[in-house]
Ligand binder design. Structure first.
Ligand SMILES: Nc1ncnc2c1ncn2[C@@H]1O[C@H](COP(=O)(O)OP(=O)(O)O)[C@@H](O)[C@H]1O
Ligand SMILES: O=C(OP(=O)(O)O)[C@H](O)COP(=O)(O)O
Length: 401
């Protein structure tokens, strides 16, 4: 698999005075007052930038923010300057654009150890089109390329892929390396027993991941909205729960695959059902085989949590993608919280715990356990694609080690 090869790294390259184009994923959430509400991705980008600065390089930092259509002030990267400056301990210079004369001047004036933050690369439609002329313009201000934007590595865009055609070397930053080490390395060569926990709303969005993990894991725990498609496929009543009617056969075949591969497949044995999809819904715990008419399953029940915990206690590596229930509603967050708590404890006992991006990361952060896991991915879509075994264009474009 192409994504499994090792990528080039910064190593011992002579960086003194070199202009380094660093593509980071600084796509952080901002509130209406343009205040950063979660700076995880900014903090995750710091080690690579700091390393380059310590080596005397000039850093030209690029990212997208959101999905703007053309120049859109609310998607400007300007609000990130104070936090970046604070974390780096220097004044980051903000460019008014990401290409053009002004950027060239600012890049030329940058001292060794200085940082120039380019404006949102997605202000140009050429970015997402991976336009070679645009990529060439981005590249023109730098000597070499470092991709640390794991969260955007599944996009073949000008600043993640096209630009590598014009800059050599093109290597991975520390965050990119760490993500690949865990999501490719630890998953390909796990300490066993190896368990995967897959949740989230739909089977359809996780088919690829489940199929790919079934080839590697000893234990597969399923939770979230997808379980009702599995129940229905087995002829059980599911009330008003989320079901994908067109995925019933697939659910049956995934159960068969697990059996044939000797994977211990655990579906919840009890569920928390609600009379409506709301934070203040009436709720009760019922056996998975007896979901009443008119009720919907919104979380896994206490017996399931116990069974899952016993299985997880035997493991050496665990990867988790997707919440166990509608954790956004306090009443239905117990299953997800229990997994987060147990993984934090297992990490303390030497188990490798990997949180594969998206809503599971939000759940772990909500539980205040983010720093207790072995690895928390900064990419939702990217980690999912990687776990599915898909090659990531942003990684493929980099030099081979
Ligand atoms: N039983 C359920 N019924 C409906 N939605 C659910 C259920 N369990 C979890 N969800 C929802 O699934 C969503 C997350 O799904 P998904 O995007 O697939 O996960 P992730 O982002 O971790 O990959 C959450 O918003 C959560 O509320
Ligand atoms: O936030 C991101 O993706 P994610 O929400 O899947 O982690 C990345 O910055 C990629 O953004 P995109 O999905 O607009 O290309």
């Amino acid at each position: 698999m192409a994504t499994k090869r090792s990528v080039g790294t910064l190593g011992e390259a002579d960086l003194k005075g070199k202009k380094v184009f660093v593509r980071a994923d600084l796509n952080v959430p901002l509130d209406d007052a343009q205040k950063i509400t979660d700076d995880t991705r900014i903090r995750a980008s710091i080690p690579t930038i700091k390393y380059l600065l310590e080596k005397g390089a000039k850093v030209i930092l690029a990212s997208h923010l959101g999905r703007p259509k053309g120049v859109t002030p609310k998607f400007s990267l300007k609000p990130l300057v104070p936090r970046l400056s604070e974390l780096l301990g220097l004044e980051v210079v903000m460019a008014p654009d990401c290409i053009g004369e002004e950027v060239e001047k600012l890049a030329a004036a940058l001292p060794d150890g200085g940082v120039l933050l380019l404006e949102n690369v997605r202000f140009y439609k050429e970015e997402e089109k991976n336009d070679p002329e645009f990529a060439k313009k981005l590249a023109s201000v730098a000597d070499l390329y470092v991709n640390d934007a794991f969260g955007t590595a599944h996009r073949a865009h000008a600043s993640t892929e096209g630009v590598t055609k014009f800059l050599r070397p093109s290597v991975a930053g520390f965050l990119m390396q760490k993500e690949l080490d865990y999501l490719v390395g630890a998953v390909a060569n796990p300490k066993k027993p190896f368990a995967a926990i897959v949740g989230g709303s739909k089977v359809s969005s996780k088919i690829g991941v489940i199929e790919s993990l079934l080839a590697k894991v000893d234990i597969l725990i399923l939770g979230g909205g997808m379980i009702f498609t599995f129940y229905k496929a087995q002829g059980l009543p599911v009330g008003k729960s989320l079901v994908e009617e067109d995925k019933l056969e697939l659910a049956t075949s995934l159960i068969e695959t697990a059996k044939s591969k000797g994977v211990k497949l655990l579906l919840p044995t009890d569920v928390v059902v609600a009379d409506k999809f709301a934070a203040d819904a009436e709720s009760k715990i019922v056996p998975a085989t007896a979901i009443p008419d008119g009720w919907m399953g919104l979380d896994v029940g206490p017996d399931s949590i116990k069974t899952f915990a016993e299985a997880l206690d035997t493991t050496k590596t665990v990867i988790w993608n997707g919440p166990m229930g509608v954790f956004e509603f306090e009443k239905f967050a117990a299953g997800t919280d229990a997994i987060a708590k147990q993984l934090a404890e297992l990490t303390g006992k030497g188990v490798t715990t990997i949180i594969g991006g998206g809503d599971s990361v939000a759940a772990v952060e909500k539980a205040g356990l983010a720093d207790k896991m072995s690895h928390i991915s900064t990419g939702g879509g990217a980690s999912l694609e990687l776990l599915e075994g898909k090659p990531l264009p942003g990684v493929l474009a980099l030099d081979e080690a």
